[in-house]
Every structure is written in structure tokens, then in C-alpha cells.
Design a protein around this ligand. Structure first.
Ligand code: ZN
Length: 191
């Protein structure tokens, strides 16, 4: 287990589509150690999630976990989830304007439209196939991490260029209003 370097925006491995994990290999020491490193690196950086290619592993795995996160104090909690070869599909056209940051995009946040009802399918770290419906704010987190596997970072999806701001400016001027918007979303969808 190790805390790994997090690749930064512009790195070619972040911009490439990650490849599927051979399901037969999920329980291998190699894949399990990748997952351990992802969890350690995410937690050390106070991230809400991290994708394998953010630490240089070009395969379709991400991990998500939200506890009492000082980086995202308004986020509803999500238990540690490991998603291997995930697929995501929208269940409706309902969207939320999600203000996002990323461990690979230092000092920058911006608004991205995300679906709030999605169906996901993935293998967990024990190679069990999982199908779930994810609603509310947690669905935004899933879509952010999934985008990484296709080489997409949140700034690529920001249409409202005025929404770009530093973390410091966000906390000073925008976080209070945004926390209210997230609270209303969570109240509606339960997550
Ligand atoms: Zn990210």
C-alpha cells in the first residue's frame, strides 16, 4: 500500500481512454494493490474519489468515498466503493449544476451539468457484478470519476466559463449558496 503521485491536467495518461480490467485478474495481487494504492492516495489527499489513471494506472477502476470531508463539507456521505469496468446510463434528463474540483486540477473549480438519476453497473474488488441506481448528489460524483476513465476532466465539460474560480474564492463567496443548493438536492433525492 502506498500513497502515489497524482497526475495533473495535461498529462497524456489522464487524457487517454483507460482500458478494461480482465475480470479474471480482479483478485490478483497486482489489481488488489492498485486498488489499495488508490484508496490510500484518495484519503491522503482528502479526495471524494480517484480514478486509476490519476495515479498512472491506465485501467478502468475508480474508488469513491465521502465521510466528513474537509475538502467538500457539504457532500452527503458515500461508503467506500470500488468500481471496476463501470458503465453508467442516465435514467432521466433531470440534471444538477454541480460545482466540481479535482485532485488533478489544482486550485480550480467550475460548474458542470450532471444527471441526478443514473443506473450503474460494475465489478467490485471481489469480482462481484453490482447493479445499482444512484440518485442525487452522489450521482454527480460517480459521473466525475467515470469521466476520468474516458480521459475527460471536469474543465472540459464547463460551459459557463464565468463559473471557473479558485478554491479560495469559492469558499469565500460561493460555498454558502452552493451548500444550500446541494442540501435541497439531497433532501429531494435522499443522497
Ligand atoms: Zn477528478
Amino acid at each position: 500500500m502506498a500513497i502515489r503521485e497524482i497526475l495533473q491536467i495535461g498529462h497524456p495518461r489522464l487524457a487517454s481512454r483507460a482500458s478494461e480490467v480482465d475480470v479474471e485478474m480482479i483478485k490478483s495481487i497486482e489489481v488488489q494493490s492498485w486498488i489499495d494504492d488508490m484508496v490510500d492516495t484518495m484519503r491522503a489527499a482528502n479526495g471524494a474519489g480517484i480514478a486509476a489513471n490519476q495515479i498512472g494506472i491506465p485501467h478502468r477502476i475508480f474508488v469513491i468515498e465521502v465521510g466528513n470531508n474537509p475538502r467538500y463539507p457539504y457532500k452527503p456521505k458515500i461508503p467506500l466503493t470500488v468500481a471496476i469496468n463501470p458503465t453508467i446510463s442516465a435514467l432521466s434528463d433531470k440534471t444538477f449544476v454541480s460545482n466540481e474540483g479535482c485532485l488533478s486540477v489544482p486550485q480550480m473549480r467550475g460548474n458542470v451539468d450532471r444527471h441526478v438519476e443514473i443506473e450503474v453497473s460494475y465489478f467490485d474488488r471481489n469480482a462481484n457484478k453490482i447493479n445499482e441506481v444512484i440518485r442525487g448528489y452522489s450521482a454527480c460524483t460517480w459521473q466525475h470519476e467515470y469521466d476520468h476513465l474516458d480521459g475527460v476532466l471536469f474543465p472540459h465539460r464547463v460551459e459557463d466559463k464565468e463559473s471557473f474560480c479558485s478554491w479560495h474564492v469559492f469558499e469565500e463567496f460561493r460555498q454558502a449558496d452552493y451548500a444550500n443548493e446541494v442540501e435541497a438536492l439531497v433532501a429531494q433525492w435522499g443522497a
